[in-house]
Design a protein. Structure first.
Length: 110
């Protein structure tokens, strides 16, 4: 009976060792799978991040900064004001020219 008890203990110990080995193998497989998935995700993240940075750079070239736009808008308004003043002056000169031509025509008729 003692030899039978010893073999039962050995069988229990062996089955426990097999169970633990199986669990360790399963854990290792899951760990390796998660590691591969992480590598794929890291590569995807890196690729998406590089693409985003590239698009940001292209966008800076295509769309100027808001400070540059404000400066450009200020210049545009300045030029528009100068143009308006020049048009007013031009209109005044045309009116004055028309008046002088009328006076010249009157003088010619006299």
């Amino acid at each position: 009976m003692s030899s039978q008890g010893g073999s039962q203990f050995a069988n229990t110990y062996e089955s426990e060792a097999q169970r633990l080995q199986r669990e360790a193998d399963n854990f290792t497989k899951k760990f390796e799978h998660a590691k591969k998935k992480l590598m794929v995700l890291e590569d995807s993240y890196k690729q998406a991040f590089e693409e985003m940075e590239e698009k940001k750079e292209r966008l800076k070239v295509v769309r100027p900064s808001s400070a540059k736009m404000r400066g450009d808008n200020h210049l545009i308004k300045t030029f528009e004001n100068q143009l308006d003043k020049a048009l007013v002056k031009y209109s005044d000169l045309q009116a004055q020219n028309k008046k002088l031509r009328g006076e010249i025509d009157v003088m010619r008729k006299q």
